[in-house]
Write a protein that binds this ligand. Structure first.
Ligand SMILES: N[C@@H](CCC(=O)N[C@@H](CS)C(=O)NCC(=O)O)C(=O)O
Length: 349
């Protein structure tokens, strides 16, 4: 009796440890997901981007896609293939973007897309880390002499459908007991034209986009002002389909590499010298100490390739939307946490 009890207990311990062991093994070897495998097999990332939004995703003078969102696509390609050029771009309107991801037409959506609960759940998406913290604002003609969005009662407002913008603007007017007349136009280009032609008193959009539209499309940018109120939170984030953790992980950590590189002072210029750094975090980041690559099922040089080819987050920011661009956006909330911003990379270990 005693023996059999003991052997039962032993068997139970054995099976518990067998389960624990198999769980460990599972965690140790990355389970390849369909998107991860598909991307690897075809040799490029199919990235959904904006139809053309200066600073985020727009073709440059030479026809190369450039921008903060484009750099997200490039970082993932650098991690996966050691080559940031292994990306094909699918330009998408606001209304096309989610179906394009859900249907599998694209692998990654990096198109100034706000992370929301509904998109994260009912729409079947997963979001990577926010690559630009934004908020919705209003742009008006300077001639109107307005100082505040609170003066917009009765205004006609140009707004793009299929966006968080559309909902926020009605919430804002209702909350402030004001009326407005929406002018809803699906194509960005036509919407902006309508605004610049004077068909609406105000254009509403994420504030970074208002700055981009003003810089790239106004005949005289000084004729327009962006009102000071930000009426919403728009954490713009890359999105993937649910169901492929391996792919979600790669996208997530590819972005964190750029932030971590900035935290550590690593740039595309100095990253080669950093390969001999004695700092254990830098060694791990650059694959001098192996482990992170294996965990993500990519080459140990994955993060080095991102920093070398795409740069750290600050470099990407300044080049695309900051001092080195037409937008000249201050870092604001997009500064590192050490400078009072929200950019913070969890440990890459
Ligand atoms: N971040 C918001 C808005 C995204 C969006 O599509 N914004 C429009 C304007 S409201 C846009 O990208 N415009 C680019 C352009 O006008 O070129 C969302 O995810 O719904």
């Amino acid at each position: 009796m005693k023996t059999s009890l003991r052997s039962l207990a032993a068997a139970a311990t054995l099976s518990v440890s067998a389960i624990a062991l198999s769980a460990l093994t599972m965690a140790g070897t990355a389970q390849a997901g369909a998107t991860f495998d598909g991307v690897k097999q075809k040799g490029y990332v199919q990235c959904g981007v904006n139809l053309g939004l200066y600073g985020f995703s727009a073709p440059d003078d030479k026809g190369h896609w450039a921008g903060l969102d484009v750099d997200m696509c490039r970082a993932v390609a650098a991690a996966m293939f050691g080559d940031s050029e292994k990306v094909k771009y699918t330009p998408l309107s606001a209304q096309q973007r989610l179906p394009a991801l859900q249907s599998g037409e694209i692998d990654l959506l990096a198109r100034n897309t706000t992370r929301t609960l509904t998109r994260d759940t009912a729409n079947g998406l997963n979001f990577g880390p926010t690559n630009y913290y934004d908020g919705q604002g209003f742009m008006v003609s300077a001639k109107l002499g307005l100082k505040s969005a609170k003066q917009l009662n009765g205004a006609t407002v140009c707004v793009l459908p299929g966006t968080t913008t559309e909902q926020n603007v009605s919430d804002y007017f209702r909350a402030n007991k004001m009326n407005f007349k929406p002018v809803v136009i699906e194509k960005n280009e036509e919407l902006n034209k309508a605004f610049f032609a004077g068909r609406c008193d105000a254009l509403t959009s994420d504030a970074s986009q208002l700055a981009a539209i003003r810089a790239a499309e106004a005949q005289n940018p000084n004729d327009y002002v962006i009102l000071p109120e930000l009426i919403s939170k728009e954490p713009l984030s890359p999105a993937v389909r649910q169901g492929d953790e391996e792919w979600t992980n790669l996208v997530t950590w590819a972005f964190y590499v750029m932030v971590q590189a900035e935290e550590k002072g690593l740039t595309s210029e100095n990253v080669d010298n950093a390969l001999t750094s004695p700092d254990p975090d830098v060694k791990r980041l650059l694959g001098v100490t192996a482990g992170n690559g294996k965990a993500l099922n990519v080459d140990e040089k994955w993060a080095y390739n991102i920093v070398k080819q795409v740069g750290n987050y600050g470099e990407s920011y300044e080049r695309n939307v900051g001092a080195g661009s037409k937008l000249k956006m201050a870092r604001g909330q997009n500064a590192l946490y050490t400078d009072g911003g929200l950019m913070y990379a969890p440990p890459l270990k």
